[in-house]
Design a protein around this ligand. Structure first.
Ligand SMILES: Cc1cc2nc3c(=O)[nH]c(=O)nc-3n(C[C@H](O)[C@H](O)[C@H](O)COP(=O)(O)OP(=O)(O)OC[C@H]3O[C@@H](n4cnc5c(N)ncnc54)[C@H](O)[C@@H]3O)c2cc1C
Length: 423
C-alpha cells in the first residue's frame, strides 16, 4: 500500500533491508508477535534470545507505524514527571519506575550490542514556553538530583543560546542522558538483529483475527493462512482496537506531523549543542538536526484523521515562529503518523491469558518501547517482577463507546490546547 503520509526523510534515507513477503516452513511457534514497530521488534528479539521460537507478522513493513515516523527524540522517563509519579504512586513504585524508565536506556544498549547505525546523538533539552513552565522545570531538576542523584543542567533564559538560537524560550533543562536518532534505521537495525537471532519476520500480512483456546494455544488468522502460537504479543499500538476492540478502548490515535528542511548551512548555529528539543506547550513543538543538518520539526496536532492537504504548509508556521531566521528554508519532506494516547498519558501494558500487550505510550515511546518489549520477554520466561512495575500503572478506558470515544477525547484535548494558547 502506498501511504501519502510516508513522504518522510526517514523513508528516503532508510538502510537497505529486503522486506520478507513470505515465510518458509512450519507456522507453529512459541511466540507470535503482531506488529513490527519498536515494541514488537524488541519483544521478538528478546524472546528469541531467551530460546523461544518466534514469528513476527507485520501488516505493511518493519517501521511502518509510529516507530518509523516519529521525531526521533529519546526522552528519558514517561509522560509524567518523576515527582508526579512519586506523589501519585508512592516512594517504592517511583523508585522502581525510575530505575527502569529513566536510568535503564535499553535503546542505547541495543544500538551498542548490535552495532545499529542510526545517527544516535546525546542530549535532550526541554524548553520553557512560559516563565511558569521554567519554574516548574527548575523544581523538577532539583528534585531529580536530590532524590535520585540524576543530574541535569538547568539553563537560564540568558544561557539558552548555548543550545538554541531562538529568543522565544524562557529557559530550559538539558538532560545529557536523553538524545535523538534516526528511528526508522533503528527499527531496521532491530529487525536485522532479530532475524540474526532466529526470528522469522513476515511483512505485508495483516493479522485479521486471534482465536484463543482453553488449552492456552492461539491461532492467528491472516488473509493467506493460520499461524499457531502458545503466546501472542499484540504490538499494534494505534491499531490495537481493530484486533482487540476491548483493548482499543484504552487509546485514541491523534495525528501528528513532521517536516524536514533542506540541509541547512547554518544548522549548527540553530542548535549549537546538537540536542533534540521539545518545548512545554500542550501541543508541543519538537525539533532536532538530522545527520545531514536538516531541521526535523514536529508541531501542530490534528484531531481529525484526515491529513492536511499540504503537510509542509501546516507545520511550517510553527517552525517559523521558533526560528524566523529559516522561515524561507525549503521544506523537502512532510509526513505524519498516529500517536496512540491513553486517558492518563501513561502506557497501557499488561497480559490477558497468554496474550501480552503494550500500547499507548502517548508520544513518549521512542525510548520506553524497547524496554517494554524486553520486559514482556522476561515475563514470558517466568520472571514478571519488572514487567509488573509497568503493568501495574493505572489505566482506564476512554468514555463514550465506539462512536463517542474519539469526539469526547478530542474535546478534552482541544480544551488543553486552548488553555495553552491563552497562557
Ligand atoms: C509523528 C510522531 C512523532 C512522534 N515523536 C516521538 C518522539 O520524538 N519521541 C518519542 O518518544 N515518541 C514519539 N512518538 C511516539 C512513538 O513513535 C511511539 O510511541 C512508538 O513508536 C510506538 O511503537 P510501537 O511499536 O508500539 O507501535 P508502531 O510503531 O505504531 O507499530 C505498530 C505496528 O503494528 C502494525 N500492525 C497494526 N495492525 C496490524 C495487524 N492487524 N497485523 C499485523 N501488523 C499490524 C503496524 O503496521 C505497525 O507497523 C511519535 C509518534 C508519531 C506518530
Amino acid at each position: 500500500m502506498t501511504d501519502p503520509l510516508n513522504h518522510s526523510y526517514y523513508a528516503a534515507t532508510a538502510h537497505e533491508r529486503r522486506p520478507q513477503r513470505d515465510i518458509e516452513g512450519d507456522l507453529e511457534c512459541d511466540v507470535a508477535v503482531i506488529g513490527g514497530g519498536f515494541t514488537g521488534l524488541s519483544a521478538a528479539l528478546a524472546c528469541a534470545e531467551r530460546g523461544f521460537s518466534v514469528i513476527l507478522i507485520e501488516a505493511e513493513h518493519v517501521g511502518f507505524g509510529a516507530s518509523g515516523r516519529n521525531g526521533g527524540q529519546l526522552i528519558p522517563g514517561l509522560r509524567w514527571t518523576a515527582s508526579e509519579i512519586e506523589e501519585e504512586f508512592g516512594r517504592e513504585h517511583a523508585d522502581a519506575l525510575f530505575d527502569l524508565c529513566w536510568r535503564d536506556n535499553r535503546v542505547k544498549a541495543r544500538i551498542a550490542k548490535h552495532g545499529i547505525d542510526c545517527d544516535l546523538k546525546a542530549g535532550h533539552l526541554e524548553a520553557a514556553w512560559a516563565p511558569k513552565d521554567f519554574d516548574a522545570m527548575r523544581r523538577e531538576a532539583d528534585y531529580l538530583v536530590n532524590r535520585f542523584d540524576y543530574p541535569t543542567e538547568t539553563v537560564a533564559k540568558g544561557d539558552m543560546g548555548g543550545h538554541i538560537a531562538s529568543p522565544i524560550y524562557h529557559g530550559g533543562v538539558h538532560d545529557p542522558q536523553g538524545g535523538h536518532f534516526h528511528p526508522l534505521n533503528y527499527a531496521i537495525g532491530l529487525a536485522k538483529a532479530a532475524e540474526a537471532a532466529g526470528v522469522r519476520i513476515w511483512e505485508g500480512e495483516p493479522v485479521r483475527r486471534i482465536a484463543q483456546f482453553s488449552d492456552w494455544s492461539n491461532e492467528l488468522f491472516t488473509e493467506r493462512t493460520i499461524a499457531g502460537a502458545r503466546y501472542v504479543i499484540d504490538a499494534t499500538d494505534s491499531w490495537i482496537g481493530q484486533l482487540e476492540p476491548d483493548l482499543g478502548r484504552y487509546t485514541v490515535p491523534i495525528m501528528n506531523y513532521n517536516i524536514a528542511t533542506e540541509p541547512l548551512a547554518n544548522g549548527d548555529e540553530l542548535l549549537p549543542s546538537d540536542a533534540a528539543v521539545a518545548d512545554s506547550r500542550f501541543v508541543l513543538n519538537y525539533f532536532r538536526l538530522s545527520a545531514d543538518k536538516r531541521l526535523i520539526f514536529g508541531g501542530g496536532e490534528r484531531y481529525s484523521q484526515v491529513p492536511p492537504r499540504d503537510i509542509a504548509a501546516f507545520v511550517q508556521p510553527f517552525m517559523a515562529e521558533v526560528f524566523p531566521q529559516i522561515a524561507d528554508a525549503r521544506i523537502d519532506y512532510g509526513w505524519g503518523g498516529a500517536v496512540a494516547v491513553t486517558m492518563n498519558r501513561l502506557p497501557h501494558i499488561g497480559r490477558r491469558g497468554n496474550t501480552f500487550f503494550a500500547h499507548g505510550f502517548s508520544g513518549h515511546g521512542a525510548l520506553v518501547t524497547t524496554l517494554a518489549g524486553e520486559l514482556i520477554a522476561e515475563a514470558m520466561a517466568g520472571t514478571a517482577e519488572r514487567f509488573d512495575i509497568l503493568a501495574n500503572l493505572p489505566s482506564q478506558p476512554f468514555p463514550g463507546g465506539k462512536w463517542l470515544r474519539r469526539p469526547l477525547a478530542t474535546l478534552g484535548l482541544l480544551w488543553y490546547a486552548l488553555r495553552d494558547r491563552l497562557g
